[in-house]
Design a protein. Structure first.
Length: 254
C-alpha cells in the first residue's frame, strides 16, 4: 500500500508510520521538525518500508501541502492518507486559540482536499482523519481543542457518506489519551492511558476493515458519549469537575 501521513514526527503519527512500514508500505511522511522526522524515516526503513519519502511541511500552508500531495501521488498513486497533524491549545490565549483552529481544522482541510482530488484521479482511496475523544464535547477543560476535534469528527463522518459513491472511504479516529510529547507533559489525570504503538495497531486494523468511526478506548468513549447527550444544564454541571487539560510548555505539535 502507498500511505501518506501528516504529523509523522512524533506521537500517533510516528506510530502510524512505523506500523505501516512494518507492513511493507511505501511511505510519504511529513512533519515540521526535520531532525525528528529524519529519525522516524530511518526507523521506518529499518522496520521494512518499501520506500520512505520524508518532507518538512507546514500543514497550515495550503500551497505547500497541495504541492507535496500532488508530487507524492505522481511518484506512487496514493491509496491511504492519514490527516493526522494537530496541536493542543494549552492556555486559551488569543494566539493559542487561533493556532489550534489553523492547525487542527485548516491544516486538515489543506490535507484532505488535495487527497480527495488525488483519489479521484485514480478511482478511489482511503482518508483517515485524526479527531479525538474530546470531539464528543463540549469540554470546558479544553474549549478550542474540543471544538476543532468536534468539527473534524462531524466533517469526516459526513464526507464518508458523500464520497462513498466515488469509492473514497473515510474513517475518523477519536482516540483517548495516547503517549506523545504532549501527554508526557500533561499535568491533568489521563484515564485509560495507551501507548502510541498499540493505538496505531488499533487504528490500522479498523481502517483496513473500513470502520467509519474508530473511537477508543471504549470506557472513555462511553463516558464522553453519555456526557454529550446529557441536557446542557447537567453537562455544564459535570464539566465543572473535569480537570483542565494543561500541558507544560503548550502548545506543541502532535
Amino acid at each position: 500500500m502507498t500511505t501518506l501521513i501528516t504529523g509523522a514526527s512524533s506521537g500517533i503519527g510516528e506510530a502510524l508510520a512505523l506500523a505501516s512500514a512494518a507492513r511493507g508500505d511505501a511511505l510519504f511522511i511529513c512533519g515540521r521538525d526535520e531532525q525528528r522526522l529524519a529519525a522516524v524515516a530511518e526507523a521506518c526503513r529499518r522496520a521494512g518500508a518499501r520506500s520512505v519519502d520524508s518532507r518538512r511541511v507546514d500543514v497550515t500552508d495550503p500551497v505547500a501541502v497541495g504541492e507535496w500531495i500532488e508530487l507524492a501521488d505522481k511518484t506512487a498513486p496514493l491509496e491511504r492518507v492519514f490527516a493526522n497533524a494537530g496541536v493542543a491549545t494549552g492556555e486559551e490565549t488569543a494566539s493559542n486559540v487561533r493556532r489550534t483552529f489553523e492547525t487542527n481544522v485548516s491544516g486538515t482541510v489543506n490535507t484532505v482536499l488535495p487527497a480527495i482530488e488525488a483519489f479521484r484521479r485514480h478511482g478511489g482511496g482511503q482518508l483517515v482523519i485524526t479527531a479525538s475523544i474530546a470531539g464528543y464535547g463540549p469540554l470546558a477543560s479544553c474549549p478550542s481543542y474540543s471544538a476543532t476535534k468536534s468539527c473534524l469528527k462531524t466533517w469526516g463522518l459526513a464526507m464518508r457518506g458523500a464520497l462513498k459513491k466515488e469509492n473514497i472511504r473515510v474513517s475518523v479516529v477519536c482516540p483517548g489519551f495516547i503517549r506523545s510529547r504532549l501527554t508526557d507533559k500533561n499535568t491533568c489525570p489521563m484515564p485509560f492511558f495507551m501507548e502510541a504503538g498499540k493505538a496505531a495497531r488499533i487504528i490500522i486494523s479498523r481502517a483496513d476493515r473500513n470502520i467509519g468511526l474508530i473511537a477508543f478506548p471504549w470506557p472513555m468513549r462511553l463516558a464522553v458519549w453519555i456526557l454529550s447527550i446529557l441536557p446542557f444544564r447537567i453537562n455544564e454541571f459535570v464539566n465543572r469537575f473535569i480537570p483542565e487539560k494543561i500541558s507544560a510548555g503548550s502548545p506543541k505539535t502532535l
